[in-house]
Design a protein around this ligand. Structure first.
Ligand code: UD1
Length: 421
């Protein structure tokens, strides 16, 4: 088992390049399964465990994949698939594997998948995905540890209203409806930039989707989609994490590739906390030379404050001046990092979905664990400003979603290393 050792107190300086977005590349890889006639070539594909896992899953059903780590390209040849059922040991590793259902249902009229695993944050049901498939004419069978969807006569476009703008459900419905007969109107969809990225890829493949990123989305079904070339958008959560690292360490960092349009709530809250931000076409420069002030945060679906930045902001509030509150409305039970931050001396109380953070001048180094992906990032941020040497364990969570984190932080002057236990 490996762990991170972080010596706190070193300001980060320089330029860090943001990689392709995890949450965009996963649905796009699922969508490559719709690519007939020719392979798809994806660019800006980050080096992530989740990408390795979803690649294994698509290979297990007959697709051929080839990742060029140096060029950050991934080729997926889905012209000849051999199965519509993904093996449970792979699916359980990653909740996003449920995204294979939409494309498989669309292309073959049936798909079977194990009940998904992934981060243990809340119950994360998939009822909205299934309701969407049903509205398109599919029959659902929920068995012991599996879900089967079937539409022997093909899918039929329909008007679908999502009770909550679920990211995954919106993506699955976009993929399934792309080749359904007639028009689908998806009301109250998720509006995240990753939804727009998926819709853009599907449209390049030949789909007819209008209004992604707004409400509603209109999908006019087409006969078939072809493999294509496509470049993934930069990861706004990775960018947001480095923005916080720069501000918290009283550093000065240019976050290359960060798209300000995707980061409005993060930018607004960092400015409110007193950090200095300069937004450029090629990225965002973040600096700070004084203690940050506490802010209040409420997570919401896009364009609201992202739940995937909640844990990192809690690390920041732990060492900000004054008291701040965090309300988590997207996931239940997404406060597992509280206990870990408390080990470092943070003063946090939790009441249901609300956390109150009393800022203290300094955290003290401790042995903490990454309880999930973004909680892991929060522990790294806390370690960068703590007094002493912090140990972060359970790195497999961080590896799922942060491309070469240690190398990138060392490039900015952080004192961090990855060692065997
Ligand atoms: C995606 C992101 C994840 C991010 C989340 C919210 C990927 C691979 N992951 O996850 O990083 O934290 O969006 O921005 O893109 N829900 C239901 N029924 C459903 C589906 C969801 O009740 O059928 C609920 C969930 O329990 C959760 C909320 O809706 O409370 C948000 O889930 P959703 O938007 O679907 O997130 P994911 O797509 O799983």
């Amino acid at each position: 088992m490996e762990k991170l050792l972080i010596e706190g107190g070193h300001p980060l300086r320089g330029t860090v390049k943001i990689s392709g977005a995890k949450n965009a590349v996963l649905p796009v890889i699922a969508a490559t399964l719709l690519g007939q006639d020719r392979p798809s070539l994806l660019e800006e594909v980050p080096h992530l465990e989740d990408v390795t896992t979803i690649s294994e899953i698509v290979r297990s059903i007959g697709a051929k994949t080839e990742y060029n780590a140096e060029k950050e390209t991934l080729t997926v040849d889905a012209t000849n698939l051999t199965a519509t059922e993904a093996p449970s040991e792979l699916v359980r590793k990653m909740r996003a594997s449920f995204l294979l259902m939409g494309p498989l249902l669309s292309r073959y009229g049936h798909a079977k998948i194990s009940l998904p695993g992934g981060c243990a944050i809340g119950t994360r049901p998939i009822d909205l995905h299934l309701k969407g498939f049903e509205a398109l004419g599919a029959k659902i069978e929920i068995g012991h540890g599996f879900i089967k969807v079937e539409a022997p006569n093909g899918l039929e476009g329909n008007r679908i209203y999502l009770d909550f703008p679920s990211v995954g459900a919106t993506e699955n419905i976009l993929m399934a409806a792309s080749t359904a007969r007639g028009q689908t109107i998806l009301e109250n969809p998720a509006e995240e930039p990753e939804i727009v990225d998926l819709a853009n890829f599907l449209n390049v493949m030949g789909a007819n989707i209008r209004g992604a990123g707004t409400n509603p989305i209109k999908i006019n079904g087409v006969e078939k989609l072809r493999g294509q070339e496509y470049m993934i958008i930069p990861d706004r959560i990775e960018a947001g994490t480095y923005m916080l690292a720069a501000a918290m360490t009283k550093g000065d960092v240019f976050i290359e590739n960060a798209i300000s349009e995707h980061l409005k709530p993060v930018i607004a809250k960092l400015k409110e906390a007193g950090a200095v931000l300069y937004e450029d076409v090629n990225g965002i420069r973040v600096s700070s030379d004084k203690p940050l002030k506490a802010v209040d945060i409420k997570t919401l679906p896009y364009p609201g404050f992202p739940t995937d930045m909640q844990a990192q902001f809690m690390a920041m509030l732990s060492v900000s001046e004054g008291n701040g509150s965090i309300i988590e409305t997207v996931f239940e039970n997404r406060f597992m990092h509280v206990e870990e931050l408390r080990r470092m001396g943070a003063k946090i109380t939790v009441d249901d979905r609300r956390a109150e953070v009393i800022g203290i001048p300094e955290l003290k180094a401790a042995r903490v664990k990454a309880t999930d992906l973004r909680a892991g990032a929060a522990m790294v941020l806390a370690g960068l400003v703590a007094n002493g040497e912090t140990t972060v364990t359970a790195l497999h969570h961080i590896d799922r979603g942060y491309d070469r984190l240690v190398e990138k932080l060392i490039g900015l002057g952080a004192h961090i290393k990855r060692v065997e236990e």
